[in-house]
Design a protein around this ligand. Structure first.
Ligand code: PLP
Length: 390
């Protein structure tokens, strides 16, 4: 099978993912779409191969040949701790870490571990769909507060957030950086959220899966839990190497929960239901957190180029899009195409996007630009008639 490491520049060449049971690429090959020629720029994985160091570590582990039950290696814990200290100036104690086979499980577990039946969970929309499902699956009420947008830049409506908090509200689900609006919340915003969480006695579960995909020059990630040592006891931070190093199919994530009581409740909800991380997930995660090649710098350079291409294409369009500070996702107001369901119009032009309705915002779409620039250019050419329409 061809891979990027046999075919030139890792970020410029398109690796053929057909035949790999890729959810992203197989969507438009199924019966429903009858093999229509639609470029898939939807679900959040990238079309890039993982760093060489990750591939080498996986090869080495596979060559060992014995794949028994496996716990998280101490060396992985050390790699995560080292990485967090170096990149976020955040010290993580070993016992705070709970390993998970996926970050979405962490969102669901947080909803179950905090409060009880009938309590409420609050979050801001548009947002990654599991934020909208997890509270109800846990028997909690879901309260949503829309973010506000001005010329493609999104921010919090803190007054609306405070007004929406009820006496039953126990948990704030935060997406930091935010999928789909691409904001890396700044210190002022985080501190305001901290003040509100403190005032209303909330626990904060912060999904920071996109935190190493900061595109703006000079941005530094501040974990919500690192804002205030006292409040850290009321936080659950969800992390994973899967977005940054493109490893989502290997299923390895972690929750960082400083408070022993909250951690015990979180673990209790896992009992008998949540499997251990696949051993290859551990191996890949450790190699990724330790990778010191220029892979990440090349990735960010590619994503910045793609972000600019998108911005240029949409500059004089009737649709506005974000210029995301973080993530490889842009959020497009396509209500002028169709106020409720614009997705099929994009598909008819040969481009597959994510439906904003799933994020709580019908009429919007999300584009994934984590792909070789040439593929994005092809997609933008296909939708050019939609961009021009007045
Ligand atoms: C904000 C956010 N959280 C979680 C996930 C998925 O995490 P996992 O695949 O580890 O369940 C995604 C994937 O797109 C995401 O964007």
């Amino acid at each position: 099978m061809e891979n990027a490491h046999t075919s030139g520049n890792e970020f410029d060449s398109l690796i053929d993912r057909h035949g790999t049971a890729s959810i992203k690429w197989d969507k438009y090959r199924g019966d429903k779409y009858r093999d229509r020629d639609i470029l898939p720029l939807w679900v959040a994985d990238m079309d890039f191969a993982a760093p060489d160091s990750v591939l080498a570590a996986l090869h080495e582990r596979i060559d060992h040949g014995v794949f028994g039950y496996t716990h998280a290696p101490d060396s992985l814990v050390d790699a995560v701790q080292h990485y967090a200290r170096k990149h976020y100036q955040w010290g993580i104690a070993t016992e705070w870490i709970v390993w998970l086979p996926g970050l979405v499980q962490g969102i669901n577990l947080a909803c179950r571990a905090v409060g009880q039946d009938g309590d409420a969970v609050i979050t801001a929309t548009p947002v990654y769909p599991p934020f909208l499902h997890a509270p109800r699956l846990a028997g909690r009420e879901l309260i949503t507060v829309p973010l506000i947008e001005q010329a493609g830049r999104w921010s919090w409506d803190f007054a609306a957030l405070e007004a929406a908090i009820t006496p039953q509200t126990r948990l704030l689900l935060l997406c930091h950086p935010h999928n789909p609006v691409g904001r890396a919340w700044n210190h002022d915003e985080l501190n305001t959220l901290l003040g509100i969480a403190r005032q209303y006695n909330l626990i904060v579960c912060s999904d920071e899966i996109h935190c190493d995909l900061l595109l703006d020059e000079g941005l530094v990630h501040t974990p919500f839990a690192a804002l205030d040592a006292g409040f850290a006891e009321r936080t659950i931070t969800l992390l994973a190497p899967s977005k940054t190093w493109n490893l989502p199919g290997l299923g390895c994530a972690l929750a960082v929960i400083p408070d022993a009581g909250l951690r015990a409740r979180f673990r209790r909800e896992m009992t008998g239901l949540v499997p251990a991380v696949n051993l290859l997930g551990y191996v890949a995660a450790e190699a990724a957190y330790r990778d010191d090649s220029d892979w990440h710098a090349q990735l960010i350079a590619t994503l910045r180029r793609n972000r600019q291409l998108l911005a240029d294409a949409f500059a004089s369009s009737r649709m506005t899009t974000t210029f995301p500070e973080a993530t490889y996702l842009a959020w497009i107001d396509a209500r002028s195409i169709d106020p409720v369901n614009p997705l099929p119009v994009f598909e008819a032009h040969g481009v597959g996007l994510s439906d904003g309705a799933d994020f709580g915002f019908p009429g919007w779409v999300r584009i994934n630009f984590g792909c070789p620039t040439a593929l994005l250019q092809q997609a933008l050419q296909r939708i050019a008639p939609l961009l021009l329409g007045a």
